[in-house]
Ligand binder design. Sequence first.
Ligand SMILES: *Cc1c(COP(=O)(O)O)cnc(C)c1O
Length: 334
Amino acid sequence: MNLARFPRRRYTEGRTPLEFLERLSAKLGGPEIWIKRDDMLDFLPGGNKTRKLEFLMADALAQGADTVITCGAVQSNHCRLTLAAARKEGLECHLVIEERVPGSYSEQASGNNFLFHLMGVDSIRVVPAKSDMLAEMEKTADELRRAGKKPYVIPGGGSNALGALGYVACAEEILAQAFDKGVAFDGIFTTSGSAGTHAGLAVGLWANRSGIPLVGINISRPNETQVPIVRKLAGETARLLDIEEPLPDALIQCVDGYVGEGYSLPTKEMVETVALLARTESILLDPVYTGKAFAGMLDLLRRGFCGKPERVLFIHTGGVPALFHYQKYFDGAY
Ligand SMILES: *Cc1c(COP(=O)(O)O)cnc(C)c1O
């Protein structure tokens, strides 16, 4: 693979840390649990969308865009990071927000919503749950074109093949770091949402013949809808990289037992796991994605889902600002 042939902006200096969670691993009595600190990517604070935006913003600039449009949920980390990247590049940024839980949008809300306003978002339009988000963004794009702007539309989560290249690159970064440190992983766990992270990692680990199994933990959909989404995006990403060999079906593995009542709604295990990581390792997980996914990983390890691994890696995809908005989930809960 030759990722260097794709235009890319650099938003983070060097690599994110690959850390051994010594206290947590000792407390749980094994296996060794390691973490890839993509919560420490750049931008107020970072998260997985920063890696996707390195390729997406480079494409927007190459096309002469002066404005970006994207979409997400009310506490979208992706919207916050797209806006941050736009500010860094001197572009306008317009957001279309899907109110997935009715009545959940509030202009005064904290967390990511506060950061939208702090960074001076150019516009926010709120649409009801299950709206056709691509069509809604096209509507915004048409209006902006009529006003003489050159908009570039970034799909939800930055999850198209170009965005997923960010996580192909991350897979290569992890393999190089693991080699530097002399650690071999028996499994890697990540959140599986709009799927750019899961699909990019899967293609990167597979194309490098790493042999490391990857498990995606769903945070919104059941397996019968999530697996085809990840598989399709992985196929598109491989094609963009001129990989002709078909991807094996077994490459994409999802687990769907950890969503609870729905996207962004709390589970008891999420609350306990966020507290556990804060108390043992001084690491903040988030309530919507990494709290549920980490809780899922611990449960799968306890149940022997991946045999008896010696060493596993969790991808920390970020999301910390949402923790402050969802503080109410923790009141009296642990
Ligand atoms: C968007 C997001 C995810 C999910 O990543 P996808 O590439 O959309 O599957 C996971 N964690 C956090 C914190 C996110 O913001």
